[in-house]
Design a protein around this ligand. Structure first.
Ligand SMILES: [Zn+2]
Length: 369
C-alpha cells in the first residue's frame, strides 16, 4: 500500500480515519525499511484466538492485602491484519449501559468480516459493579479512573489499573473508555476529547474518533496530566503512551436504558467502520456542539438534593440548579449555575454530602477548528 506523506495537524481533521491510518500506521502494509509486520494482533492475558475467531475469559487480579478480583474480556480476531481497538466498559461499576452494550456487541462483530483485533473489556471494575457502588470501589474507596497506570503492589483498584494498563492499554492502538452517568447522575450523552499537546498525530486521530463515535456534544479537555507515571485516567493513560483515545458518556442513573444501550452499540460500530476494521459507510458528526469550559458544581451542604433542572437543559448564569434540604426537610442551600451553558449531568437522587457534585455544566464554545 502506498504510504502517504504525513500532513500538518491542522489538515488531519479533514481526512477520513482510514486515510489517516494508511498515512500514520504501518499495520496494514510494510514497516519502515520494508520489514513485514506481525500478521495478527496481540494476546490479551490468556486470550490469543486464532485469526477469524474469538475468545472470552478473564484477566486475573491476584489478592494482595485485599481480595482478588478479575476482569472479563473478549478478544475478537479478524481474518486480515489491522489495528487493535480496545473498548473498556465498567470503569465505574454502576455505569451499566456500556456494560450491557458490549454484551450486545460481542455477537454482532463477525471475525470473518473484521480487519484487525477488537478487545472488549466487559466490566473493568467488577468489585464496584457487583457491590453497586458509585464513584469509588467498595474495598479501598478509590476511584479506578484516578489511579492509572496502577501498581501491582497497591490496593485492588490500583492492581486492576495495572493489569488493564499492561494487558489492554499497552497492547492496543486505539481505545475508548465507555462511561455513563453514574448511579446517581442524570446525564446527557457527550464525548471527551483531550488535546494533550504531546503528539499532534495522536490528538488529531482522537478528534476523528470523537467525531466518528457520534455524540453531538464534545467536551474539549485540555488539562489532563502528561506524566506517564501519574496518568490517572484510562483515556489519558492510552494517550500519553501514543494511543489515540476518547472517553464517552452514554447513559444515566444506573440503568441500561434501551436507547442509551443502542447508542453505545452504534458508537462502537461507527468507530469500527471509521477505523477501517469493518466494511460499510463512514459517518461523522458534522456540526458538533463544542464544550470549551466545564465545571462540577459542588454541594454547599449535607442532606437531601432536589434538582430544579434536567439533563441537557440550557441554563443562564445564576439559574437555580436545585436546592439542598436538611434531613428534616428544611431548605438550607440553593445552588446556582456559575455560567451559562448546558447541563451535562445533574444529580438525580437525594443523598448528598457537602462538597459532592450536584451538577456538571458545560459552556458552548467555538471548537478547535
Ligand atoms: Zn464514569
Amino acid at each position: 500500500m502506498r504510504r502517504l506523506l504525513p500532513r500538518p495537524a491542522a489538515c488531519l481533521a479533514a481526512l477520513a480515519l482510514p486515510a489517516l491510518l494508511a498515512a500514520q500506521r504501518p499495520g496494514a502494509g510494510a514497516a519502515p525499511g520494508g520489514r513485514p509486520q506481525p500478521p495478527f494482533g496481540p494476546a490479551v492475558g490468556p486470550l490469543d484466538p486464532a485469526p477469524g475467531s474469538a475468545a472470552s475469559g478473564y484477566l486475573e487480579v491476584p489478592a494482595r492485602g485485599d481480595s482478588a478480583t478479575r476482569v472479563p474480556v473478549t478478544v475478537i480476531r479478524g481474518t486480515t491484519p489491522g489495528p487493535t481497538l480496545a473498548l473498556v466498559a465498567g470503569t465505574h461499576g454502576a455505569e451499566v449501559a456500556p456494560i450491557v452494550a458490549l454484551q450486545r456487541l460481542r455477537p454482532m462483530v463477525a471475525p470473518a468480516q473484521l480487519r484487525g483485533t477488537l478487545v472488549l473489556v466487559h466490566v473493568a471494575n467488577l468489585p464496584s459493579y457487583l457491590h453497586r457502588t458509585v464513584y469509588r470501589g467498595p474495598w479501598d474507596q478509590k476511584n479506578l479512573n484516578r489511579v492509572y497506570p496502577g501498581r501491582d503492589d497497591g490496593t485492588v483498584s490500583e492492581r486492576i489499573a495495572a493489569v488493564i494498563t499492561r494487558e489492554v492499554i499497552d497492547k492496543c492502538d486505539y481505545l475508548v473508555d465507555m462511561h455513563a452517568g453514574d448511579g446517581n447522575e442524570s446525564l446527557r450523552p457527550y464525548t471527551y476529547w483531550s488535546k494533550l499537546g504531546l503528539d499532534a498525530r495522536v490528538d488529531s486521530l482522537a478528534l476523528e474518533m470523537a467525531l466518528a463515535w457520534g455524540h453531538d456534544h464534545i467536551v474539549i479537555d485540555p488539562d489532563r496530566p502528561k506524566d506517564r507515571a501519574a496518568s490517572l485516567y484510562v483515556q489519558n493513560t492510552a494517550q500519553v503512551r501514543g494511543k489515540p483515545a476518547i472517553t464517552t458518556e452514554t447513559g444515566w442513573l444506573g440503568v441500561p436504558d434501551p436507547e442509551m444501550v443502542a447508542r453505545n452499540v452504534d458508537g462502537a460500530m461507527r468507530l469500527l467502520r471509521a477505523l477501517g476494521m469493518l466494511p460499510g459507510p463512514v459517518e461523522k458528526v458534522r456540526r458538533p456542539v463544542w464544550i470549551d469550559r466545564t465545571q462540577v458544581v459542588a454541594s454547599p451542604a449535607t442532606g437531601a438534593w432536589e434538582p430544579a433542572v434536567s439533563r441537557s437543559e440550557y441554563v443562564a448564569e445564576g439559574t437555580v440548579l436545585g436546592r439542598v434540604r436538611d434531613l428534616f426537610g428544611n431548605v438550607v442551600a440553593e445552588v446556582t449555575a456559575p455560567f451559562a451553558g448546558v447541563v451535562l449531568y445533574v444529580i438525580g437522587s437525594p443523598a448528598m454530602s457537602v462538597g459532592e457534585p450536584v451538577a456538571f455544566i458545560g459552556r458552548v464554545g467555538t471548537g478547535p477548528r
